[in-house]
Ligand binder design. Structure first.
Ligand code: ADP
Ligand code: MG
Length: 318
């Protein structure tokens, strides 16, 4: 099977969205951006053995790569529209490609985003996904929007994916149910698109948590020229995580572990109240974890001191 028949067989499902005039198959896709909105664009690369374990099932490689990429759109408060896929394959394995393609399209349906093009090459397995989304200009969520007095929130629970990776790698062996839950959190992150769409009107700044809360909240603080106080006793930890490691370790995973793809955002107190009432009604799953303060850096409100952890999130080239 050559490159062209491979694309035709696995990556040419017609895009049904009105925003796609011509999808996969021509030199370029022809797209119809929503009138009056800003386009937001981001690209993410996942290299086998680096971003996911070598033996990851292909459908999970695909769905995870797409959700990780779309997570950046969620963090901007954007609605997902289109993505392109640059796929580097060591060989053509049709069973592998079938599973990859199924995982990709089912994640695309979950995120309501259309595959409109890509590139296929041979080499070490790697998956690059460029995502495009739209957001009204006045409601784009930036890292730089935090102000002193904002409250700091996170969605979901933190630390699960980092623990899940340990389970996958065999260094953590929790009970069967917790293991299953944590592994799923690592392999099947869900981009928080719907939360982002609510937050676009209510949050002041936002980031997705890919490298641990401390590292990612630090990006908001630096971009906004502020500091943060976190209440470490309020960090949301899942039952499965707490059943798997001692509480102190669970907190460390939540603060410094990667791959959760939840959102961290700040909101002015008036909006924070609205957000919390949506949480009480079950429409959102957010937790208040701290407050934006003048200065720089992140302090634990329980000690008045900065957090002391060796690892401050994953960094390449260090
Ligand atoms: P070109 O040489 O003009 O760049 P290609 O031969 O690389 O075109 O690709 C042919 C068509 O298939 C293009 O529309 C391209 O966007 C699409 N395509 C290539 N690889 C992929 C892929 N992995 N997934 C989706 N579309 C792809
Ligand atoms: Mg061409």
């Amino acid at each position: 099977m050559n490159e062209f028949s491979l694309i035709k067989r696995f990556f040419s499902r017609p895009a049904e969205a009105d925003s796609v005039s011509t999808g996969v198959g021509d030199d370029c896709a022809v797209l119809v951006p929503p009138a009056g909105q800003r386009l937001v664009v981001s690209i993410d690369t996942q290299v086998s053995g680096r971003h996911f374990p070598v033996h990851t099932p292909p459908d999970l490689i695909a769905s995870r790569a797409l959700h990780c990429a779309v997570s950046d759109l969620a963090a901007m408060g954007a609605e997902p529209l289109w993505f392109t896929l640059a796929l580097t394959l060591p060989n053509v394995d049709t069973a592998w490609l079938q599973s990859f393609s199924e995982g990709l399209y089912s994640a695309a349906d979950e995120c309501r985003i259309s595959l409109v093009g890509g590139d296929t090459t041979s080499g070490h397995l790697s998956v690059s996904i460029q995502v495009h989304g739209a957001v009204p200009d006045y409601s784009v969520l930036l890292r730089s929007g935090a102000s002193v007095g904002d409250q700091i929130f996170v969605t979901g629970t933190l630390g699960d994916a980092a623990a899940g990776l340990r389970v996958v790698q065999g260094s953590l062996r929790p009970d069967e149910r917790s293991a299953e839950y944590l592994i799923q959190k690592f392999y099947q992150p869900q981009a928080r698109v719907r939360a982002g769409l609510v937050l676009r009107y209510l949050a002041a700044s936002c980031i997705d948590i890919s490298d641990g809360l401390l590292a990612d909240l630090t990006h908001i603080c630096e971009a906004s020229g502020v500091g943060a106080v976190l209440d470490s006793t309020r960090i949301p930890l899942s039952q499965a995580l707490l059943a798997s490691v001692p509480t102190g370790e669970a907190l460390e995973l939540a603060l410094t572990g990667g791959d959760d793809y939840q959102l961290c955002f700040t909101a002015a107190p008036a909006h924070a109240e609205q957000l919390l009432s949506q949480t009480r009604s079950g429409a959102l799953d957010i937790t208040l974890v701290g407050e934006v303060v003048a200065g720089s850096g992140i302090v634990d409100s329980n000690t008045g001191q900065p957090f002391r952890y060796q690892s401050k999130g994953f960094k390449h080239f260090t």
